[in-house]
Ligand binder design. Structure first.
Ligand code: EPU
Length: 436
């Protein structure tokens, strides 16, 4: 295989290696049938961190088998928790924590692990957590985490690539977030669980994963109200009031959205089970505008049927707005729409990494600032493409399912972080897809 010039990796100056694992898709088959959505990665990772707050055994159920879950298990094992990752559950015994430092080699593998900062600070009175650094989708600062924890009374400084935090006691206060950051809301909320008095987070992230996290903490004996709204109130409790708990992880709305767009791209007809339609309103509404027929069967089934795709304009926004994580999957569908669409990406500075690869498949997309202008084309053609991040990987798979001929997607480590058995599930819907 001769590497195409535009698929040369700029960091290594090398093309895709012959023996690199890849997904191979023979496109053009409409998806058809039923698929079950897995538990939400972005909920379970935070709940694993929250389990550190309490001595005792917690059981998280409906857990997807993802590399991120295994990496998070390694992070909290390093801190002294005993963790068993089962088929679809994780059992965590956080009775005895032995360390308050989350080192670079673990945190740099998994940004989400930065959320151990809040629980460690609250329970151990100190924490040393590696700064996660930037990543392929953007700068991803942590100033809001720091400011929030400082307001609770923690002394915080950064040195040699680590955030050091310490507080003999945390005291509840009112904290306004400049942006409704998920990570900052989670770190502050978890630290405030063991603070003295009441903490109010204003302009909090409203994502369903935050509600799942608060429900878990409340099952552990915490006192959180308002999660899922812009104002979260946390009444501090003592560590003796907390205990292990059992929680079901919510369905992964981002995996669900990915299946919906895969169905649209292939003009298919699928039924999705174990999903929560309430978490997908912004996405379903856009899909309907794009021409899909979407039916909701309460409480957890969505059916979608797709025909001709219409162009639409979209702006990514914090939840309940259109999610940045489904911007790339939607773009692959709009690449085949009748007319021109515009997507404005307002959450991350660098989340159009899929565009160059989609162009190699025949898409007509141009970028100007934080906007992508997508002129629909009648067909995409299969090509060798490389994914740069999790959702870009999903976008390339969707494009491959719709394209004429064979698409080979490399960079699978990104996909395996967030999609459980993606190719098996798609094969179950009739796709010609396998991994080699
Ligand atoms: N931000 C700041 N300062 C901060 C924190 C965030 O300026 O202190 C900015 C970020 O740079 C970004 C915006 O606020 O522009 C939102 O970032 P947020 O903190 O909400 O993102 P996150 O918590 O780091 C989570 C998900 C992402 C998802 C974003 C947005 C996890 C593990 N990650 O990241 O998911 O895109 O929220 O919804 O929950 C993915 O699953 O592929 C993924 C990247």
């Amino acid at each position: 295989m001769t590497p195409n010039v535009s698929s040369i990796d700029p960091t290594t100056k090398q093309g895709p290696r012959e023996n690199e694992e890849r997904i191979i898709i023979r496109g053009g088959k409409p998806l058809n049938g039923e698929v079950k959505v897995s538990g939400a990665k972005n909920a379970v990772l935070k709940m694993m961190a929250a389990a550190l707050l309490a001595p005792g055994v917690s059981i998280l159920r409906n857990v997807p088998n993802l590399t991120d879950v295994h990496m998070m298990a390694d992070v909290i094992r390093h801190l002294g928790a005993k963790v068993t990752v089962g088929v679809d559950e994780v059992i965590i015994d956080a009775s005895d924590l032995t360390d308050y430092e989350a080192p670079y080699e673990l945190v740099s593998q998994l940004r989400a692990s930065f959320v151990v900062l809040g629980p460690l600070l609250a329970r151990c009175k100190q924490a040393k957590v590696s700064l996660p650094g930037g990543c392929s989708i953007g700068e991803r600062r942590i100033d809001l985490h720091e400011r929030g924890l400082k307001s609770l009374g923690a002394e915080i400084y950064c040195e040699h690539g680590y955030v050091h935090a310490q507080a003999e006691k945390l005291v509840g206060t009112r904290i306004y977030l400049d942006k409704p950051s998920n990570g900052a809301t989670e770190n502050i909320m978890l630290a405030a669980v063991l603070a003295e008095g009441q903490t109010v987070i204003e302009n909090a992230a409203q994502d369903p994963e935050i509600t799942n996290l608060a429900d878990f903490v409340n099952a552990m004996g915490g006192k959180i109200t308002g999660a899922g709204t812009y104002q979260i109130v946390i009444d501090g409790v003592r560590v003796e009031d907390l205990h292990g708990a059992v929680i079901d992880t919510i369905p992964d709305r981002l995996e669900a959205g990915t299946f919906l767009f895969a169905c649209m791209a292939t003009t298919g007809e699928i039924t999705m089970t174990n999903c929560n339609p309430h978490h997908l309103y912004s996405v379903i509404s856009k899909m309907q505008e794009m021409g899909a027929e979407v039916s909701i069967f309460a409480p957890d089934v969505i059916k979608v049927r797709s025909g001709k795709i219409r162009a639409v304009d979209t702006t990514t926004l914090p939840y309940p707005g259109y999610p940045t994580d489904l911007q790339a999957p939607m773009m692959s569908v709009l690449a085949l729409a009748e007319g021109t669409s515009i997507i404005n990406e307002t959450i991350f500075e660098n989340r159009f990494m899929q565009v160059g690869e989609l162009r190699r498949m025949g898409a007509d997309i141009s970028l100007t600032g934080n906007a992508a202008i997508i002129k629909g084309v009648p067909k995409l053609t299969g090509a060798e493409v490389k994914s740069s991040d999790l959702r870009a990987a999903a976008a390339l798979v969707i494009a491959g399912l719709a394209a004429e001929g064979v698409t080979e997607v490399t960079g699978l480590k990104h996909m395996d972080r967030g999609y459980e058995h993606l190719e098996d599930k798609l094969r179950g819907l009739g796709a010609d897809i396998y991994r080699r």
